[in-house]
Design a protein around this ligand. Structure first.
Ligand SMILES: Cc1cc2nc3c(=O)[nH]c(=O)nc-3n(C[C@H](O)[C@H](O)[C@H](O)COP(=O)(O)OP(=O)(O)OC[C@H]3O[C@@H](n4cnc5c(N)ncnc54)[C@H](O)[C@@H]3O)c2cc1C
Length: 399
């Protein structure tokens, strides 16, 4: 119960969730389902678009594949939560307000900050002007248009992380007439078990992807990428998937952030500098015993659910519990008919067990398709969203 409510005023406790990505959606739906239609709590979700962006499918969108149109306001129907479409331009953490691009000002008592992350366009010169990214559905659609018109030529995918691998494979499978070059500092699949990594690289080779796994891209030019050492690789299209950057809004608001602009949280996911702010998903720097979590959907959704449960506990005068999460898999698509699913320990190190081929592709599709129905189930049974691996001894703090 907030101080204002204890003082007997009628103003509800206002929870504002910023960002309807995997984490923010989980927070908003979980919270709305738990508070029901109580008139002393008001939940508002703010997002740039009304359509839910399935980031996990952006490489499919980028290759002209149709993906489902998922409406955020429709999903919230019946929950009592309000949806505001708009681009957040500022957070005032002292006044507890958020400004939207149409100059609306929204007030909050508790903020859930879930604005996600994007590839870092400032990583090297030329990215902003000459490269495509997969940061939003619009970005992916732009790339789709370019690839469809290309006919022949070379596509350079910069970044040998999982987004780069999935994108290169998808483009090569969809457009066999194009030359696809995957460039980056490390070998693709290097974090996997050696056999799983070898499978991944052989699948890329089978699709005709040319891999250069020990290069540093230092600039992107109109028709080439420049490498450290002076070499240039001609490119008709460059897709940039390297590095991550988060919105500058949290730092501008005076929240404590890490070197990537992520909100530093305590064990319960509250900002260490502003306890009335919870941070979730890729926008949060969440420390577990094994280290700071890296951005994934598998970890992002639990952070949203946990923040919602914590807010409900706090409203009831209870202390929020520490958040614990252990990874369990890394599913990587290799086109539509192949994939590698690397099973992991809770600290994300690879186990010996992995899946490949069509079984792995079906597994990956099941994982990719699961968030939206999960939100639907949470509306009716919020507890159904509260199951995830807590990480056992990997996340248990020593007393
Ligand atoms: C091609 C690709 C494949 C991937 N595959 C996997 C996978 O297999 N498994 C996995 O676990 N992870 C995967 N990821 C990573 C995963 O997508 C992210 O970790 C996840 O999306 C993070 O969720 P989030 O809610 O924190 O942020 P996001 O999903 O990025 O959502 C952030 C939301 O905030 C909105 N927003 C941002 N700024 C503003 C603003 N100023 N105002 C209003 N709204 C704003 C955005 O529009 C968006 O809706 C993949 C990513 C990509 C690009």
């Amino acid at each position: 119960m907030s101080e204002r409510q204890e003082a007997g005023t009628a103003t509800p406790h206002r929870v504002l969730v910023l960002g309807a990505g995997y984490a923010g959606m989980a927070a908003a739906v979980q919270l709305a389902a738990r508070v029901g239609r109580r008139d002393d709590v008001r939940v508002t979700l703010v997002n740039a678009q009304e359509r839910f962006t399935e980031r996990l499918r952006l490489h499919m969108t980028a290759t002209g594949q149709r993906v489902a149109q998922l409406g955020i306001p429709q999903l919230l129907e019946g929950t009592g939560a309000r949806f505001v479409r708009g681009w957040v331009t500022a957070v005032d953490a002292d006044a507890r307000t958020v400004r939207i691009d149409d100059d609306r000002v929204l007030h909050y008592d508790t903020l859930v900050y879930g604005l996600g992350g994007v590839a870092d366009p400032a990583a090297v010169p030329g990215v902003e002007d000459h490269a495509f990214t997969l940061d939003s559905a619009q970005d992916a659609e732009l790339l789709a248009g370019r690839l469809a018109r290309l006919g022949s030529g070379t596509v350079v995918v910069a970044g040998t992380g999982l987004t780069g691998v999935e994108s290169a494979a998808e483009i090569a499978e969809r457009y066999p007439e194009l030359t696809v070059v995957l460039l980056g500092r490390g070998e693709p699949g290097a974090a996997m078990h050696p056999n799983a990594g070898a499978y991944l690289r052989s699948a890329l080779a089978r699709l005709g992807v040319e891999v250069c796994g020990a290069v540093e891209v230092v600039k992107v030019l109109p028709h080439a990428v420049g490498l450290a050492g002076g070499e240039r690789i001609a490119a008709d299209v460059v897709l940039w998937t390297c590095g991550t950057r988060t919105s500058p809004l949290a730092a501008a608001a005076g929240l404590t952030v890490d070197e990537r602009g992520r909100v530093v949280t305590d064990a319960t996911l509250r900002s260490v500098s502003h306890p009335d702010v919870y941070a979730v998903g890729d926008a949060a720097a969440i420390r577990q015993r094994y280290g700071v979590m890296h951005g994934t959907c598998q970890g992002g959704m639990p952070t949203g659910v946990h923040a919602a449960v914590s807010i409900v506990r706090a409203l009831r005068g209870k202390r929020p519990r520490p958040f614990r999460f252990g990874y369990y898999h890394t599913p990587v698509s290799l086109g539509r008919h192949d994939a590698v699913v690397q099973f992991t320990r809770p600290d994300d190190s690879p186990r010996r067990v992995y899946l490949t081929g069509r079984t792995a592709a079906r597994y990956k599709e099941t994982v990719t398709a699961s968030p939206w129905p999960t939100y639907g189930r949470m509306k009716k049974a919020p507890a159904s969203g509260a199951f995830w691996p807590r990480g056992g001894r990997f996340t248990r703090e020593e007393r």
